[in-house]
Design a protein around this ligand. Structure first.
Ligand code: DSN
Length: 480
């Protein structure tokens, strides 16, 4: 068998030479990005490291092809190879997740959610409406019909998790298009425990009667019972849509099974492919047969030309996720998150919900006298890459925040284990204990400026380097 490390090294070295012949600064930035990713503790819960096979698949001439339409039914000629790529991506996704239907075209998570929203609206509203208008086909409608349909499609009701409880912008947050196109309400978490309260979600659903109930999160450190969410949806006649972007890798890796696996319970499931699933940057929609035809109209309903080079990389990543080793990886992601959480708790740091049972923890940094913004910046100075995040009822709002979100998918890919994540918790706490909040020019308390104690950054970087050297990123990949 070929030496894959040697092949990858020469592929990238030569590719960078080709790039440098046109715009050397881009080649330089690309080299620097690898060096930076190699030398920092990447703890952003939504990031990972895709394999060289996935990355290389994106750099091809599939990028040059237009392929609007669906498999075997394109608006452009010459799409036979794109059909192969999209079919394989969809087939791997169906097999991996046990889904009836998979749509690999969305360019991102937001696109996947928009496709899902419009598909559900079309499926739920268009059909009965067409009947009412006495027509069988949307193409036969008059301008007046469209005016009336627009009225019916707009102002539908959506119930999703609020941003500060851990939901996502696209789950009905007012400044996002989802909060503008829908009449929306949000459910939160219990103010004492930080946990989802299904009885309260059900009560809200009974009162609000949403067309779409959205489950899923970006910053909620716990598992969700999707069987219960489906019961709630069924009781009020809603479509259950689950956004599993953050935890798709844990579903693929069979860490979340039974009631914690959204696929058997939801009508429509959306995801990104680049987070815990460890694929290329992109989105995907899974659906039951009932919703397949409307999701399949994602392009041209919502999307432009599919990114065929990325769909090819999705197929490669999904093939990787079907290997037994991916299940070992996913379990380790969850075990490492537990260790990270325990590491914080034993050092008296406060975690939202008191712990985790997925891939992320949400650390309340107000106990250190800091805002999330100050903590994020101080940690970055010490080579620890995290992102600030609101906590429930956050007094500092969504910009400064009071929390830091940390996740385990990326460093687990590098090979970090439980002991190393305990050490990571120790280093994070050390930075935060040695960071002082700053003052504004007028002398008042600042939410942004801070001072990191002398020598702290170097000490933490040295301790991190020891762990990072033991678990190199892309081992064997040497750029000439
Ligand atoms: N930006 C992603 C995250 O960090 O969770 C979600 O869109």
């Amino acid at each position: 068998m070929a030496d894959l490390n040697a092949l990858t090294s020469s592929a990238y070295s030569q590719a960078l030479e080709v790039i440098a012949s046109v715009e050397p600064r881009i080649a330089e930035a690309t080299r620097k990005e690898l060096a930076d990713q190699r030398s920092s503790l990447k703890l952003i819960a939504s990031e990972n490291y895709a394999s060289p096979a996935v990355l290389l698949t994106m750099g091809t001439w599939f990028s040059d092809k237009y392929a609007e339409g669906t498999i075997g039914h394109r608006f452009y000629a010459g799409c036979q190879n794109v059909d192969t790529v999209e079919s394989l991506a969809a087939e791997h996704a169906r097999e991996l997740f046990g889904a009836e239907y998979a749509y690999a075209q969305p360019h991102s998570g937001i696109d996947a959610n928009l496709v899902a929203f419009w598909s559900i609206l079309a499926h739920r509203v268009e059909g009965p409406w067409l009947e009412k208008a006495g027509s069988k086909n949307v193409n036969e409608l008059t301008d007046a019909d469209w005016e009336s349909l627009r009225h019916e499609l707009g102002n539908q009701r959506l119930l999703g998790m609020s941003l500060d409880a851990g939901g996502h912008l696209t789950h009905g947050f007012r400044p996002n298009i989802s909060g503008k196109m829908f009449h929306q309400q949000q459910y939160g978490t219990d103010p004492e425990t930080g946990l989802l309260d299904y009885a309260k979600v059900a009560a809200k659903a009974r009162e609000f009667k949403p067309l779409i109930l959205v489950a899923g999160y970006s910053a909620y450190p716990r598992r969700v019972d999707f069987a219960k969410m489906r019961e709630i949806a069924d009781e009020v006649g809603a479509t259950l849509m689950v956004d599993m972007a953050h935890f798709a890798g844990l579903v693929a890796g069979k860490v979340f099974t039974g009631d914690e696996d959204p696929v058997p319970h939801a009508h429509v499931v959306t995801t990104t492919t680049h987070k815990s699933l460890r694929g290329p940057r992109g989105g995907m929609v899974l659906a039951t047969e009932e919703y397949a035809a409307s999701v399949d109209r994602g392009c041209p309903m919502v999307l432009g030309g599919p990114l065929s080079h990325v769909m090819a990389a999705k197929a490669v990543a999904l093939a990787e996720a079907r290997q037994p080793s991916f299940q070992t990886y996913a379990q380790q992601v969850a075990d490492n998150a537990k260790s990270l959480a325990e590491g914080f708790l034993k050092r008296d740091a406060r975690l939202v919900t008191g712990g985790t049972d997925n891939h992320l923890v949400l650390l309340d940094v107000s106990g250190f006298g800091l805002t999330g913004r100050q903590a994020e910046s101080a940690l970055l100075d010490a080579g620890v890459v995290t992102n600030r995040n609101s906590i429930p009822a956050d007094p500092n709002g969504a910009w400064y925040t009071s929390g830091i979100r940390l996740g385990t998918p990326a460093l687990t890919t590098r090979g970090f284990g439980r002991d190393e994540f305990d050490h990571v918790a120790e280093l994070v706490v050390h930075v935060l204990q040695n960071t002082q909040p700053g003052t504004t020019k007028a002398g008042g308390p600042s939410k942004a400026s801070y001072a990191l104690g002398d020598g702290v950054a170097d000490k933490v970087k040295d301790a991190s380097a020891e762990m990072l050297d033991k678990h190199p990123l892309y081992p064997g990949l040497e750029l000439s």
